[in-house]
Ligand binder design. Structure first.
Ligand code: FAD
Length: 480
């Protein structure tokens, strides 16, 4: 065992949550170690090189870089530098009749587009959604002690809350569907399909089951600046590693943690040949994985979901020698006929930027297509080829694929288990269902002194900005 002083902090997992925590901790006097099971960092938001092209491991869209948003805060506080391109139209939605809906970033432009497309007045709803989402984003980086640790913190947070923030809290008690009804919006037909599809990709749930506070943030996602990182989203984790390494953080790749146990000086972390003694640990892996490593559920963990309550993802990737077929990089396709095993009835398609020669030196487009995969029934790996071929068929029929794709490869449950080590191959965090009020969500407190929780299965939830914020909060708590 290596000799260390008691100020060692170990971060388990080098996804966005773990890397953010490590960056925050690198500003302290502690020796920080990050242990990662994969050969590369980034987890569900990494970029890998295959056959001269750079593919996204999972996430393709990026928000949250503004000063008052989680990644903006990380950049401001740590000096992290990125080279983002702001997208003019963050996303296009393609309906079965081939109609295309542009999700303009400008609120006024989007309201005009949505009203003329759905033939329903909806300005009030979208203005309210944008206002709530804006308040959620601003509050997320303002109240870094949220959710409160004790009554004293709860009282101090309550005294600081502004009226707009109380409104968000009240919306947490109402479903998105109920909020839509009160706003005189249709809760069936094309508009509802659109809302449910947007909620599924952002909140991992639907209008009936997502509370209106989370629903507003999810529906307004394209109304905030969306960015593309040349070279791939993995540039974010790479930049975090470079900066953290410069500041003395030590990374251990290809080193799966097998056990975390309490020891007289804090914790003993066992990962193959590596054994580390740490005064504190930030767990930046899913809650289900942490429970396995500890051998028991710590009492501070409030919410543990089972396999059947979680989602996995089916993702097909390839490169293709063709022009960008539509004006935006990101698209949601509503399917005419469902593809077996893909319950979401939509595909999410992301193209690399046509000028991004770092991802594609030969000028091909690099494409990711993903969809939710249910974990209620056992995954049948022999279905992979069939689903992949159905996806390619849809892309050809709907005008997304105009040439023969190269190096088509797909990821399903087994790939996620291997790539990210995540329990059950479940990705995308815990669905933000109705009963999930902030004080019922898992947060940085594990209930074991010195063991802090981060990642997309704890507050504030999934997505790159959520994971980053959770990592930041866990590190702050650790340093307190
Ligand atoms: C297909 C797909 C599309 C998505 N699209 C978007 C999107 O467009 N925009 C967006 O914002 N979000 C998106 N997301 C969600 C987003 O990628 C994740 O919520 C976020 O990246 C999770 O970060 P994390 O750090 O919590 O977890 P992870 O990324 O899972 O990181 C956990 C890390 O821990 C490591 N690890 C696990 N077990 C161990 C162990 N025992 N020992 C050591 N290391 C271990 C893993 O290898 C991994 O690197 C998408 C996710 C998927 C799967």
């Amino acid at each position: 065992m290596k000799q260390q002083d008691k100020s060692t902090i170990v971060v388990v997992g080098a996804g966005i949550a773990g890397l953010t925590a490590a960056l925050r901790l690198s500003k302290s006097n502690h020796q920080v170690h990050v242990i990662e099971q994969n050969w590369m960092v980034g987890g569900c938001a990494g970029t890998y090189l295959r056959k001269h092209h750079k593919y996204e491991s999972g996430a393709t869209t990026l928000v949250g870089l503004e000063d008052y948003m989680p990644l903006g805060m990380v950049m401001r506080e740590t000096g992290l530098k990125l080279n983002p391109i702001c997208l003019e139209v963050p996303m296009q939605i393609h309906f079965p009749g081939r109609e295309v809906l542009n999700r303009h970033e400008s609120l006024d432009q989007w309201i005009d587009e949505a009203e003329s497309f759905f033939k329903v007045k909806q300005a009030g709803f979208w203005r309210q959604a944008y206002g709530l989402a804006d308040t959620v984003w601003r509050a997320s980086t303002k109240y870094l002690d949220f959710p409160p640790a004790n009554l004293q913190e709860a009282c101090s947070a309550a005294l600081k809350f502004r009226p707009a923030e109380w409104q968000v809290l009240l919306k947490a008690f109402e479903s998105t569907r109920r909020w839509m009804q009160k706003s005189h919006l249709p809760t069936q037909g094309l508009f509802m399909d659109f809302v449910n599809a947007q909620l599924l990709i952002t909140a991992q749930s639907d209008a009936e089951n997502t509370n209106a506070a989370f629903g507003a943030a999810a529906l307004a996602y394209p109304l905030f600046p969306n960015y593309y990182l040349p070279g791939g989203l993995g540039k974010l984790s790479e930049a975090m590693v470079d900066l953290a390494t410069e500041r003395g953080v030590r990374f251990h790749l290809r080193t799966p943690v097998q056990q975390i146990s309490k020891s007289p000086k804090g914790f003993l972390i066992q990962a193959g040949d590596l054994t580390l003694q740490a005064s504190q640990v930030v767990s930046a892996i899913p809650i289900n994985n942490l429970i396995d490593l500890l051998g028991e559920k710590p009492k501070g963990i409030r919410d543990v979901r089972t396999e059947s309550q979680l989602w996995s993802a089916f993702q097909t990737s390839f490169s293709v020698n063709q022009k960008l077929p539509f004006s935006a990089l990101h698209h949601q396709i509503h399917l005419e006929n469902p593809i077996p095993k893909l319950p979401g009835k939509t595909l999410f398609v992301s193209f690399s930027h046509p000028d991004d020669r770092e991802r594609s030196p030969d000028g091909n487009l690099v494409v990711s297509v993903s969809s939710h995969l249910g974990l209620q029934d056992p995954w049948e790996s022999d279905k992979k080829a069939e689903i992949e071929s159905e996806i390619l068929k849809v892309l050809k029929e709907r005008g997304f694929l105009t040439a023969e794709p190269d190096y088509v490869h797909s990821a399903a449950v087994g790939s996620w288990k291997k790539w990210t080590g995540r329990a059950f191959g479940a990705v995308g965090g815990y669905p933000q269902t109705k009963g999930l009020l902030p004080w019922k969500m898992n947060n940085a407190f594990s209930g074991i002194s010195g063991l802090w929780l981060a990642g997309d299965t704890v507050y504030p939830g999934q997505g790159i900005p959520g994971a980053a914020l959770s990592g930041w909060i866990a590190a702050q708590r650790c340093l307190k």
